[in-house]
Write a protein that binds this ligand. Structure first.
Ligand code: ATP
Ligand code: MG
Length: 435
């Protein structure tokens, strides 16, 4: 009886070769990019207490209300959640391990995040973020540093057509004053509010500005702007950030409607957006969250950070000409006959010790079929081990991508000969001296 296969979970992707090679290349690039700014890696668990996200992100947000993979541990009843973002866990870890005791910290992380959203292009249920967090820094220099970092990454990747949108959310008192004005405004227009917004009117009116409902946009457009409620200090902070990014030559657009989907932000918020990816055009977003440490029960500490969506950045990279690198393979080792396998293994290990990448043929077959595999593998060189080679402790070396005759060489000279072929420096008289 045939059974139906089990499929992966909707909205959660397998990342297959050659696409996975592009991921690896990107990841390597990200590590050196972060190091160039003095940011050090942090790894936190994928699962956290549900209460952490409720407290950090805010109860009345899309993420906490409808996107979290929250569950009760069947074994001990703990309320746990697959992390929907990384900042909460990062700050939790910083508090728990008293990281700021040693002074401010520049940290970054990379990994999967989970949100129960409607899957579509650029929006998945398991997606990946790179998060960059600067903990313990109050000055506008850090806000600007985070933005400059983003700009450099786009530049390193050859990504064009991405622009910076920026806004200031002010400090809590300023937000309170703005909130009153917002509530008054939206109350006056109650009939025009959709259901979500009506519910948010009393609990979290700022969230209405983050509505994705197109029908709501004209109303939102006319709403009181937080920027008009900034006090002198916050305004000065914002101006300092803008001056620094201007000096760095980064163009920006102030977007007074930019509020972000998480409650922990204050002062600077920003997004990098592209018109090249359709509706899911935000590739990176972040801002300052000076209140989060205290909100999570830690000693108050200023902080700022951002997260980029790996899938979206890679899609944009590919749209701008980024391609998976060709996997590099130096040697394909073909072998046949009694006792050839152990010798093949030994030779392959010796070649690997010298830094070559080697595939040892597996699965037997004629020389002809093995050579076909060697060709298809993309290897530079085939090393052939048959019964006669085995008997004379030699191997036949055949260049696969460059002109040049095959020749038989002693095992002791194998690495040297492979290196020669690879460098393309094989001399026609070389064969005579080596053999
Ligand atoms: P959006 O408005 O697109 O829902 P968001 O404001 O919820 O984004 P953040 O929480 O700020 O997103 O996450 C930072 C980045 O992570 C986003 O700018 C985006 O690039 C990426 N991202 C967020 N949610 C998803 C998702 N479901 N699938 C793929 N990428 C995502
Ligand atoms: Mg979202």
């Amino acid at each position: 009886m045939s059974q139906k296969g089990i499929r992966g979970v909707r909205g959660m992707n397998d990342i297959l070769p050659p696409e996975s090679l592009l991921w690896n290349e990107f990841e390597a690039l990200v590590h050196s990019w972060a190091a160039a700014y003095g940011y050090r890696p942090l790894r936190t668990p994928i699962v956290e207490q549900t209460a952490l996200f409720k407290r950090a992100i805010g109860e009345v947000t899309d993420i906490v209300e409808k996107e979290m993979y929250a569950f009760e541990d069947a074994l001990n009843g703990e309320h746990l959640t697959l992390r929907p973002e990384g900042t909460a866990g990062c700050v939790r870890a910083a508090i728990e391990h008293n990281l700021l005791h040693q002074g401010p910290q520049r940290l970054y992380y990379w990994g999967p995040m989970f949100r129960h959203e409607r899957p579509q292009k650029g929006r998945y249920r398991q997606f990946h973020q790179i998060g960059v967090e600067a903990l313990g820094f109050a000055d506008p220099e850090i806000d600007a540093e985070l933005i400059v970092m983003g700009a450099r990454l786009w530049d390193d990747l050859g990504i064009t057509d991405v622009r910076l949108e920026i806004n200031s959310l002010g400090d809590p008192e300023e937000r309170a004053a703005h909130r009153e004005a917002l509530v008054a405004y939206f109350t006056a227009h109650q009939d025009e509010l959709d259901e979500d917004s009506r519910r948010r009117l009393s609990r979290n009116p700022l969230r209405i500005l983050d509505s994705k409902n197109p029908a709501m946009q004209p109303l939102i457009e006319e709403a009181p702007r937080l920027l008009d409620y900034l006090g002198a200090e916050t305004r000065a902070h914002f101006d300092a950030v803008l001056a620094l990014i201007e000096a760095a030559g980064i163009p920006y657009r102030i977007n007074p409607r930019l509020v972000r989907g998480l409650d922990y932000y204050n002062r600077t918020v920003f997004e990098w957006v592209t018109p090249k990816l359709g509706a899911q055009g935000t590739i990176c977003a972040g801002g300052r969250y000076d209140g989060l440490f205290a909100q999570l029960g830690g000693k108050p500490a200023p902080a700022a950070g951002f997260a980029l969506g790996v899938e979206r950045v890679l899609a944009l990279w590919e749209a701008c000409g980024g391609e998976p690198p060709q996997p590099e393979l130096d040697v394909y080792l073909v072998h046949q006959g009694e006792g050839s396998a152990p010798a093949a293994f030994r030779l392959a290990e010796a070649l690997r010790s010298s830094g070559f990448s080697v595939i040892v043929h597996a699965g037997g077959g004629s020389f002809k079929s093995q050579m076909k595999r060697a060709d298809a593998s993309g290897a530079e060189v085939a090393v052939i081990l048959g019964e006669s080679e085995l008997a004379s402790e030699t191997a036949t070396v055949k260049p696969l991508r460059r002109p040049g005759a095959q020749r038989q060489v002693p095992w002791t000279q194998l690495e040297e000969v492979v290196a020669h072929i690879q460098l393309g420096s094989e001399e026609s008289d070389g064969a005579g001296t080596l053999a």
